[in-house]
Design a protein around this ligand. Structure first.
Ligand code: MN
Length: 255
């Protein structure tokens, strides 16, 4: 089995090394990740400039590839033939949860989406740490990432489906197990911050408090709140099927 490991926090981020270590027990691992942080960059396809790929070393001395492209570019490069044929793409481990509406902002999740578009199973792994400055402890997440990836390698995933896995940032004995969940609802608390630059011109920052969420049974946010690993199957087909009939009743005959 050949597993591609990427992330959106940059190739040297400790969460990537934790995930690469977890995957090495399951097969051959290639790391191809961005050379910088692309968190919340969404699903990117770089088309207006060339992409470069360089060899680098992870903190444990193993070799890796990095690119100046986005996470989804890294996945595309590998799956289009830069590396040997890939059987599974894993992305992460992101230091913060990716739940509810986060998934289309997230470079971690959109890397897994890119895999699914190419017909390869994709899994995004995120840790529900609330730490914003220091990297959290990724060690307790490793066996969970390993076990889920093993299940995907054994059983596959339905066509067009990726997994978004969120792991509580708890010591190993306090993680209660797994729950299969649906996307919950994030509550964003974004606020516009306006400041002045040294030349007295205004600039803007999307600031505010960290997002929270609505605690509901069977959701990603609900599972994390109870100390469970959340496994959400997501689909690339975002059609709102329940809206199709409503829209068919519109009067669209005349211009
Ligand atoms: Mn990130």
């Amino acid at each position: 089995m050949h597993i591609l490991v990427t992330n959106d926090d940059g190739v040297q981020y400790p969460g990537l090394l934790a995930l690469a270590k977890a995957m090495r027990l399951l097969g051959k691992v290639t790391v191809l990740a961005p050379d910088r942080n692309w968190s919340a960059s969404g699903h990117v396809k770089t088309m207006e400039r060339p992409l470069r790929v360089k060899e680098t070393c992870l903190a444990d001395g193993t070799s890796a590839l990095c690119s100046d492209g986005a996470p989804s570019d890294c996945v595309a490069l590998a799956l289009l033939g830069l590396t040997d044929k890939v059987d599974l793409v894993v992305s992460g481990i992101n230091p913060n949860a990716n739940i509810g509406h986060d998934v289309t902002y997230s470079g971690t999740v959109t890397a897994a989406m890119e895999a699914v578009i190419a017909g390869v199973p994709g899994i995004a792994f995120s840790l529900d740490s609330h730490e914003n400055n220091l990297p959290p402890d990724f060690e307790p997440a490793i066996p969970y990432a390993q076990h889920i990836a093993m299940q995907v390698l054994e059983k596959g995933l339905p066509k067009g489906v990726l997994l978004s896995v969120n792991i509580p940032a708890l010591p190993a004995p306090e993680i209660k197990g797994y729950l299969i969940t649906r996307q919950g609802q994030r509550v964003y608390r974004d606020a516009l911050v306006e400041r002045k630059d040294p030349r007295n011109r205004p600039y803007y920052w999307i600031g505010g408090e960290a997002p929270t969420g609505i605690i509901e049974q069977d959701t990603d946010f609900g599972a994390l709140n109870q100390g469970y690993v959340s496994i959400s199957p997501l689909q690339m087909d975002m059609t709102a099927c329940q809206a199709l009939d409503d829209l068919k009743n519109w009067n669209l005959d005349r211009i």
